[in-house]
Design a protein around this ligand. Structure first.
Ligand SMILES: Nc1ncnc2c1ncn2[C@@H]1O[C@H](COP(=O)(O)OP(=O)(O)OP(=O)(O)O)[C@@H](O)[C@H]1O
Length: 345
């Protein structure tokens, strides 16, 4: 008789696709406070008063290769502080972070080659020199071989049309031109993890679109992992499937964009185009009037009543076009977290 020894369970496979692992991450700042004026300064000099600001309070999440997440929250929610800890610029007060297997705070060379941090409100390009000089500096810093440098420049130029602006002094570039160069400079070393903090801030709609398309193409080509914060929901809805919402330093939602919209306000928006001008009063019986500008109107109605209200509108008015949409994501987020103005500053 033969006996078969029970098979040992196979060893757990490491999750090779796990790129960012954050556990119970915390950051607090000790802020010195003083009352205004000379007396306040004197008092603070004699007895220093300190207050602790809990900017990030126990945040946990995982990100896999190629994933793009929208990292949203109202002003002061803790987004920038989290991104700075992920990129090693700030040391956490507690918890764990791993990015590409590295501990960011150690800022090892291999880690710095893996990541990039773009802050729309801060510039990295040398102000008095042409952008091309900053690109050359980055080439030297990251030890990018010449052929790779030229190939990357050609590829970025195809999408961003950098040619005409590379030799102009950075201080003379428009905001949009500068942002294109900032992004290209930040991605020259082909990082696998992108921390993008408001990359489209202040740009006009066209330029926002260009920057978005550039990020999308880069993400697809490199299978890069992207964390994106933006006050422009169009950036988020165009690029991210998954949304992380932070408020008061803690994660309030981590899931699909679609789930968030469904969880939303319980209402839908009916958009109307009419053949005759109409007033808000005349539309009021059909729902909450958001807008009534002559031939265009928008109504907010409960989700459950959409069909009945749409049928009533089509029956009673001369409607050229009628569409039903989810409310803007800003409204959904604003309502969920008690910031009625959404995440707009
Ligand atoms: N160096 C600092 N010293 C003291 N408090 C700080 C410091 N940096 C940030 N904070 C505070 O920490 C909290 C989180 O700030 P953080 O910049 O991370 O928010 P945010 O979500 O990026 O906001 P915004 O959308 O306005 O940029 C805020 O209350 C902010 O005032």
């Amino acid at each position: 008789m033969t006996s078969t020894a029970p098979h040992a369970p196979p060893p757990a496979q490491p999750d090779r696709d796990l790129i960012v692992r954050v556990r119970d991450l915390r950051k607090q700042y000790d802020v010195h406070e003083k009352d205004p004026g000379f007396l306040g300064s004197l008092r603070a000099f004699v007895r220093r008063q300190t207050r602790t600001v809990h900017a990030v309070r126990g945040v946990s999440f995982d990100l896999h290769a190629g994933e793009v997440i929208g990292f949203l929250g109202p002003n002061g929610a803790g987004k920038t502080t989290t991104l700075k800890m992920l990129s090693g610029l700030l040391h956490p007060s507690g918890g764990e972070v791993r990015v590409g297997g590295f501990e960011p705070r150690r800022r090892q060379t291999a880690f710095l080659r893996t990541i990039t941090l773009v802050m729309g409100q801060k510039q990295q390009l040398l102000w008095d020199l042409p952008a091309l000089d900053s690109f050359r500096v980055n080439q030297a810093v990251y030890e990018i071989p010449d052929d790779q440098f030229h190939a990357t420049m050609r590829e970025f130029d195809d999408v961003l049309n950098l040619g005409p602006i590379l030799r102009k002094q950075v201080r003379k570039l428009s905001l949009g031109e500068r942002m294109k160069c900032e992004l290209a400079a930040a991605l020259l070393h082909r990082p696998k993890v992108l921390f993008l903090d408001e990359p489209t801030i202040g740009l006009d709609v066209n330029m926002q679109h260009n920057v978005r398309e550039f990020i999308r193409a880069y993400n697809e080509r490199e299978r890069a992992t992207v964390i994106l914060t933006s006050h422009y929901m169009a950036d988020v809805t165009a690029l991210a499937r998954r949304i992380l919402i932070i408020d008061g330093g803690a994660i309030r939602h981590d899931g699909d964009l679609a789930d968030l919209t469904a969880r939303g306000t319980g209402r839908k928006t009916i958009k109307l185009q009419l053949t005759r001008p109409i007033t808000a009063e005349a539309l009021a019986p059909y729902g909450d009037v958001i807008r009534a500008d002559g031939l265009d109107a928008e109504l907010s109605v409960p989700r459950a009543d959409v069909s009945a209200r749409a049928a009533a509108l089509l029956g009673a008015l001369e409607v050229a076009d009628l569409t039903v949409e989810d409310p803007p994501i800003e409204d959904v987020i604003g309502q969920l977290f008690g910031h009625p103005e959404g995440t707009q500053p």
